[in-house]
Design a protein around this ligand. Structure first.
Ligand code: APR
Length: 234
């Protein structure tokens, strides 16, 4: 690859799959077991808050038992050692990138281990269940805490920063995402428009596969360490 200074990496559920966290659209994935409309929309939450809170309580508990995998560790190493600009934009709400040591990271779909008080608008670190309507750590009011997760129809977080980074990127790499959900699925086209090279690392060709200059198929724990070695001249 030509002179590469600035890298943007988009990750999706495929990066956490080998840590034992279900993806959404693979066989047996989360959206096969639950209707998106019921558990991942503001309307679903308004209709049946207990169903939604239990869904996220179960997933919040599950991810705390999981460990980062070789793909998370390789990305954290690249983050630590890459001399140019680097940003990991994750669609995942688990904290495995952080636990592997990643620093330059944005959770565009929110974070499992945060709770958002719709009363005082404060986001607080949160690892416990929400079903029993605990008090907000900031304002003390019960019953206003919801998962700090971006639901369908809601605006993803820190999009300005993300587009600024993409517009400066020389290389855009998409890892473990199906390219089914916007705006993340459109990032590759933004990157191409700003002249970046584009690479997809995924178990199978994503829906946006044809937009990538290069695509490699395989497991993230195999493809990502190999790619990071290439980038660091290992
Ligand atoms: N290694 C690499 N890729 C994998 C692996 C693996 N071990 N396992 C699965 N994949 C790939 C699948 O082939 C698929 O293309 O990861 C992708 C997972 O796609 P999705 O399940 O759609 O997850 P994601 O793309 O992250 O979903 C995006 O949709 O439901 C919303 O908000 C949710 O953030 C999520 C968004």
């Amino acid at each position: 690859m030509g002179e590469i200074q600035n890298i943007v990496i988009l990750t999706g559920a495929g990066v956490s799959a080998e840590s034992g966290i279900d993806t959404f659209r693979d066989a047996g994935g989360l959206w096969e077991q639950h209707r998106v409309e019921d558990v991942a929309t503001p309307e679903g939450f308004a209709r049946d808050p207990d169903l939604v809170l239990r869904f996220y309580d179960m997933r919040r508990a599950a991810i705390q038992a999981k460990q980062p995998n070789a793909a998370h560790h390789a990305l954290a190493r690249l983050d630590a050692e890459w001399p140019g600009e680097l940003l990991i934009v994750t669609q995942n709400i688990d904290d495995l990138h952080e636990r592997a040591g990643a620093k330059r990271l944005i959770h565009m779909h929110g974070e499992h281990l945060n709770a958002w008080c719709t009363g005082c608008d404060t986001r607080s670190p949160w690892t416990a269940p929400l079903i029993d309507r605990p008090a907000c750590p900031a304002c003390g009011v019960h019953g206003h805490l919801r998962p700090d997760v971006v639901w369908f129809g809601e605006m993803p977080y820190r999009m300005e920063e993300i587009y600024r980074a993409i517009n400066r990127a020389d290389l855009f790499v998409s890892i473990g995402t199906s390219g089914a959900v916007y705006p993340a699925a459109g990032f590759v086209r933004e990157a191409r428009a700003s002249g970046a090279r584009t690479l997809e690392l995924n178990m199978e060709p994503s829906q946006g596969n044809h937009w990538f200059d290069e695509a490699r198929q395989g497991a993230a724990t195999w493809l990502v360490p190999e790619w990071v070695e290439e980038m660091l001249g290992g």
